[in-house]
Ligand binder design. Structure first.
Ligand code: AMP
Length: 282
């Protein structure tokens, strides 16, 4: 496995792979790799001949009071997992390599970046889309793999790729969960044991919504109220949003007649957790 810390080296490895007519896959990550990342890497491994994983804690997607400095960076452990998963190249640049001077060019997917997580993190998604565009320009993958767990992120990136005619396909992989349903996240380590016990309520509230919809409930307000009742079983959970939206436009649904993205963000102590499901998939 090659480890490239500069853009020039990463490009050289990809160029060599391309000479052999390889299909190139990219899994963008911020490191602190867990089973969720591993599932993306495994799917990518099955579908691409040359597999690159990027590990980059992207400063431009963190707000001023967020956890950029404290975000976990267990690089040796991450590299070991990538080796085990048969990754061909890890691209792990420094912040200075990616942003050598003040960045003046931003990619912003309008409207889609404004609600859900965008409401409380106003500059987050332009940081995400901009760094993904940079990574796509550097690696030039045929496929890039993202997790359903960050539903709004993958919807925005798909739209960016479509609007800007970027020559790659976005593959969205299912959310990987702990046995009790909690979506695996690098930020779960901020939970105290007591908070960790209550954290599966997020997924339980999504399952409640799923059951209601399956039994014919079409009123988003009624579904939301039942979900809130599940979440209120814990006094520690502070709901940031609980939305039932169109999975393409992210606009709130007034009645459920087709597919719906049900998305939650909540704070549990220091941790901000997100989760979602898509119901009535065609
Ligand atoms: P991150 O390192 O948090 O930026 O995540 C990198 C990629 O892994 C993103 O596409 C995430 O959506 C995806 N991911 C993170 N957690 C999970 C999970 N539990 N299941 C599936 N994908 C995940």
């Amino acid at each position: 496995m090659n480890v490239a810390s500069t853009i020039a080296r990463a490009r050289r490895h990809v160029r060599l792979a391309r000479q052999n007519d390889c299909t190139v896959g990219l899994v963008p990550t911020m490191g602190a790799l867990h089973a969720g990342h591993a599932s993306l890497i495994e799917t990518a491994r099955e579908n691409c001949v040359f597999l690159a994983v990027s590990i980059f804690v992207n400063p431009s997607q963190f707000g001023p009071n967020e956890d950029y400095e404290n975000y976990p960076r267990p690089m040796e452990k991450d590299l070991e997992l990538c080796r085990q998963l048969d990754v061909d190249m890890v691209f792990a640049p420094s912040a200075n390599e990616m942003y050598p001077e003040k960045n003046l060019t931003w990619i912003q997917v309008e409207q889609l970046c404004e609600n859900l997580c965008g409401a409380s993190r106003p500059t987050h998604f332009r940081g995400v889309t901009t760094v993904c565009a940079k990574l796509f320009n550097i690696i030039q993958p045929d496929y890039a793999f993202f997790g359903q767990k960050d539903a709004q992120q993958s919807i925005l990136i798909r739209k960016m790729v479509k609007d800007l005619n970027m020559p790659l396909e976005i593959v969205v992989c299912p959310t990987i969960r702990e046995k009790d349903g909690l979506a695996i996240s690098s930020r779960n380590k901020y939970l105290t044991p007591d908070q960790r016990k209550d954290a599966p309520l997020l997924y339980q509230s999504l399952q409640k919504a799923q059951q209601l919809i399956q039994s014919g409930q079409k009123d988003p307000d009624k579904i939301r109220r039942e979900m809130e009742a599940v979440l209120k079983k814990s006094a520690q959970i502070n709901i940031e949003y609980l939305e039932i939206v169109n999975p393409d436009t992210l606009e709130p649904l007034e009645i459920l007649t087709g597919p719906a993205l049900i998305a939650i963000a909540a704070r549990l102590g220091q941790a901000r957790l997100i989760d979602n499901i898509i119901t009535n998939k065609p």
